[in-house]
Design a protein around this ligand. Structure first.
Ligand code: NAD
Length: 481
């Protein structure tokens, strides 16, 4: 008898329990060799006073089983509740989020009949680190953290995925024309890794026009790799234009653990009515079957799913008069799929899943440290007077002999010296001090500067050191410089 794989299961909130019940019935009917440990996470746990939405016992089960099938959950608004999805991805190191989006023309109405792309989204970094601070009365900040290991892992994953799945092209999307350090690192690493895969085409799009292009001609894309926030947005766009956001599933893959889910949320307004489309979670479960070495069970479900849709048996979100034959609820969709297990679609292309197993990537090798020189420091200041020349004069007065004020910016625009009177000024100022050209600054000089600023009555809200790595300055310049 085949050893069953133990999987952690969470039925989630909103439409979660309905789509999970439908998915579980399908998995059982298809003969998946799986046993489940069910955990409670989400809204009820949050509202019982646990702000992370998950108990320690539930974590233990997830970590023991290593594979997690999760229905969507609701994060209550306000009250300091943390998104459990983001927390789970980060705690378990699930760095790669794989979101296939393909159209099923002509059976599901779409303006994009030829689309078949996979979005590979970095899953742990970017603005989702959730490090936010209010610094002045008028300004809040969110830190965007991008690491070289994070970039290397996700980009290598995208190329290995393309190789394994016989896909031809990997497209990188970033905004490095503006964010030269963070998105610039992602793009640079993409160029380095792409060179290791000459058999796979590569290209880069700036995310704004790239998203427009996905919405217009998605058939031009194959595998897309991108940063966390952009990936979140473009995968909803891509899923929606195949016909419904309810159609796409997603795998979250780490070195140890993996989590599988639908890409959509808990859709509370349609919960409990047996109208939700269970396809997204079914697609997530099929990805899970491939991951745990049961691709043939996944293939059987996928072909029955295609046949059901081809037969026009559609939930309300994709139902179209004249195209669909029957409007069904969540349960009835699952029944129709189960009745077709063992069949293949007659018009749509039947799938054949190879026994490829999950991708195993080499461990990240830390690079030798670069030569790091401290060139200066940015003092961020809370100052409510709108006269840039006044703050300029004060900051000039605290300069040290060899560490001088070079400029002041307000929301990234240079306003001192020689600012424009038209520039709108907030109460948040960046005052850049730099050492004489060619010399390195010391940390004690930063402390001296801070002491002088405090003595002059300046409210310094944070400092940021300005470094050069291997002689290359690695910080942004103020616009207007
Ligand atoms: P949503 O994805 O739940 O819903 C967006 C729209 O799509 C709604 O009109 C909804 O009715 C429809 N929809 C979604 N899934 C559907 C399905 N399977 N069948 C038919 N229609 C479907 O997004 P939202 O409304 O922004 O978020 C609702 C809640 O879900 C929020 O609390 C949010 O935090 C949470 N959420 C959870 C996850 C997750 O658990 N992975 C992801 C996103 C949002």
């Amino acid at each position: 008898m085949t050893q069953k794989t133990r999987i952690t299961l969470a039925k989630g909130d909103g439409i979660g329990p309905e789509i999970m019940d439908a998915t579980l019935r399908i998995l059982e009917a298809a003969g998946a060799e799986i046993e489940f440990d069910e955990i409670n996470i989400g809204e009820k746990v949050y509202l019982n006073g646990n702000t992370s939405g998950i108990s320690n016992d539930a974590w233990d089960i997830i970590r023991r089983n290593k594979v997690f099938l999760k229905a969507p959950i609701t994060t209550p608004q306000g009250g300091g509740y943390k998104s459990l999805n983001v927390t789970t991805r980060k705690f378990l190191g699930l760095y790669a989020n794989i979101r296939p989006c393909f159209s099923l023309n002509p059976y599901i109405e779409t303006k994009h009949p030829l689309m078949d792309l996979v979005i590979i989204r970095e899953n742990e970094e970017d603005l989702y680190a959730g490090i936010e601070h209010q610094q002045t009365d008028e300004v809040v900040q969110c830190l965007k953290l991008i690491s070289r290991p994070g970039c290397e892992k996700i980009i290598r994953y995208a190329f290995e995925y393309a190789k394994q799945q016989g896909r031809k092209k990997v497209t990188c999307m970033s905004k490095d024309n503006i964010m030269k350090q963070t998105d610039g690192l992602f793009h640079d690493v993409f160029k380095e890794i792409a060179a290791e895969y000459p058999e796979i085409q590569n290209e880069h799009w700036i995310i704004d026009i790239g998203s427009a292009k996905i919405a217009d001609t998605p058939e031009d894309f194959d595998v897309i790799v991108t940063l966390n926030l952009y990936g979140d947005i473009i995968s909803d766009i891509a899923a929606q234009i195949t016909g419904s956001v309810g159609l796409a599933g997603s795998a979250n893959i780490g070195e140890e653990c993996a989590m599988f889910e639908a890409i959509h949320g808990s859709a509370p307004t349609i919960a409990g009515q047996n109208i939700a489309n269970p396809s997204g979670l079914i697609q997530g479960a099929i990805q899970m079957l491939a991951h745990i070495g049961q691709p043939k069970v996944g293939e059987k479900i996928q072909n029955a799913w295609l046949k059901t849709l081809e037969d026009g048996i559609h939930t309300g979100d994709i139902y179209k008069e004249g195209l669909s034959t029957q409007k069904v609820g969540t349960k009835e969709f699952a029944d129709a799929l189960i009745a077709r297990l063992g069949q293949v679609p007659s018009q749509l292309k039947a799938v054949e899943f190879a026994e490829t197993g999950s991708l195993v990537l080499p461990k990240y090798q830390r690079k030798p440290a670069k030569k790091k020189d401290l060139l200066g420091v940015d003092l961020f200041v809370h100052w409510a007077d709108e006269d840039a020349n006044k703050i300029g004069a004060i900051m000039e007065s605290i300069s040290l002999d060899s560490v001088k004020l070079r400029m002041i910016t307000n929301r990234g625009i240079k306003v001192y010296p020689d600012g424009f009177p038209e520039t709108f000024l907030t109460d948040h100022w960046l005052c850049r001090f730099k050492k004489t050209e060619g010399e390195s600054m010391s940390n004690t000089e930063i402390i001296e500067l801070l002491k002088k600023a405090i003595a002059a009555g300046i409210d310094v809200i944070k400092t940021e050191n300005l470094y050069a790595f291997d002689g290359k300055p690695a910080f942004s310049l103020g616009q207007g410089q």
